[in-house]
Design a protein around this ligand. Structure first.
Ligand SMILES: [Zn+2]
Ligand SMILES: [Zn+2]
Length: 335
């Protein structure tokens, strides 16, 4: 099989990825062998490849938005058969025994492991996944359109639920990239009034086209107070801006894995009247199941930009430089 491996993490302009010839992995007893058909390119892949995240597996194969078919099963696997279409996402394993796992918060498990960081992911023709962490996928959506749902979509969905938005509530989205444009589709389908606050003119056009009520600059005040808001932009300066835009009792969820420093908050304007600030950390398998089911029901679609798998390094360079709208997806041309 062929796989892109992170040779030594460094800026993508210095070609850290190497195309390797490897033997097809043998799935462990509880794992599936997956033939990769499409793999989304997530910003976290850039963090793994450039070394913003510490090395957890030398020579790792990045990629955690995998759509593929089962090509083999370990001896203890039940419920999956060769040919089944499955998704492989970021959350790869949790211990199931710690206090967080036992209360349904496996996203906080200190022992959790991740695809494309702790274990080889989907920038390859084949990969493996523990069967308990593989996702069944809706049937009527093509591989490329599904791939970005497996990270960007699931995280945006968890962030939306973290706002506790009431039915018909007013939602503010700060930043409007891959995750936000999927989250907006769920919120709109559920009857929310969506206001998008972002810098980019193209993103504002996309937001209005999807059905947002308004789209303005990130630092502008929305046209009405918000019941909930999600900060997708990794900009801490926007935290007090978004808190001030909330109505009494409103909730701000911080969706990013990275955020620049948050400036001092003023209790009176930013937090009083029971405004709440919540972070979002990864996701549970339950989040993924709920989101994939709703995405199928609501017809949630990612705006995609396909690349052949052989051009994975170019996809990462283009992502870093912001050269495309929507989500890049690698499609196998190396088998
Ligand atoms: Zn745990
Ligand atoms: Zn991701």
């Amino acid at each position: 099989m062929r796989a892109w491996t992170v040779d030594r993490p460094r800026p993508v302009e210095e070609d850290p990825l190497r195309l390797a010839e490897r033997s097809v992995p043998v799935p462990a007893d509880d794992e599936l062998l997956v033939r990769v058909r499409a793999c989304g390119v997530c910003r976290t892949d850039l963090h793994v490849t450039e070394g913003d995240l510490p090395v957890r597996r030398p020579g790792v194969v990045p990629g955690h938005e995998v759509v593929g078919t089962v090509a083999g099963t370990g001896s203890a696997v039940t419920g999956f058969a060769p040919g089944d279409r499955v998704g492989v996402a970021w959350l790869r394993w949790t211990d199931g025994t710690c206090a967080h796992c036992r209360r349904g918060a496996e996203n906080l498990c200190p022992g959790s492991r991740y695809t494309g960081w702790d274990a080889d992911g989907g920038y390859a023709t084949h990969t493996t996944v523990p069967a308990a962490f593989a996702h069944r996928l809706p049937e009527d959506v093509d591989d490329v359109a599904l791939a970005p749902l497996l990270c960007a979509g699931i995280i945006g969905y968890r962030a939306l639920r973290r706002t506790g938005l009431p039915p018909g509530g007013r939602l503010g989205l700060y930043g409007f990239g891959g995750s936000a444009h999927l989250c907006a589709q769920v919120a709109l389908a559920e009857g929310a009034v969506v206001h998008v606050l972002t810098r980019g003119a193209d993103a504002r056009r996309l937001a209005l086209g999807l059905g947002a009520t308004s789209a303005s600059d990130a630092y502008a005040a929305p046209p009405e107070p918000l019941d909930g808001a999600i900060l997708f932009a990794p900009v801490g300066d926007l935290v007090p801006v978004a808190l001030r835009a909330l109505d009494r009792g409103g909730v701000l969820a911080l969706a990013g894995i990275h955020l620049s420093d948050v400036p001092p908050l003023r209790y009176e304007t930013d937090l009083f009247y029971e405004k709440e600030l919540r972070s979002v950390t990864a996701n549970t398998r339950q989040d993924a199941r709920e989101f994939l089911a709703l995405a199928a029901r609501y017809g949630v679609r990612a705006t995609t930009h396909p690349y052949p798998l052989s051009r994975a390094p170019q996809a990462l360079r283009d992502l870093k430089a912001g050269r495309f709208d929507g989500a890049a997806v690698l499609v196998d041309d190396l088998s």
